[in-house]
Design a protein around this ligand. Structure first.
Ligand SMILES: [Zn+2]
Length: 91
């Protein structure tokens, strides 16, 4: 899945299309071992690809959802006017 892809989100039920915006960033801590009982804690920012940030088509509200709940949509599957799947109010 690429940033900008259109997706359906399981659990929203209403047939609203979303656009995939990427994965949320999270921070993890890990121990850097220098040997001889020396070392230090380091933090690292990483992308949590188990979750995804999506924005509703026709809206600018962002939601964070489980990546497993996303399913790719074709651009022709939904309405560019209101973002509803199986509808077309653009014409
Ligand atoms: Zn529409």
């Amino acid at each position: 899945m690429q940033i900008g892809d259109y997706v359906r989100v399981t659990g929203w039920g209403k047939g609203i299309a979303f656009q995939f915006c990427g994965h949320p960033k999270d921070v993890k801590e890990f121990w850097v071992d220098l040997g001889d009982n020396n070392g230090f804690w380091e933090t690292d920012e990483y992308e949590d690809d188990s979750r995804a940030i999506v924005v509703m088509v026709g809206d600018d509200r962002k939601f964070t959802v489980d990546t497993l709940n996303l399913a790719l949509l074709n651009r022709s599957d939904f309405c560019g006017g209101c973002g509803q799947i199986g509808h077309n109010c653009e014409d």
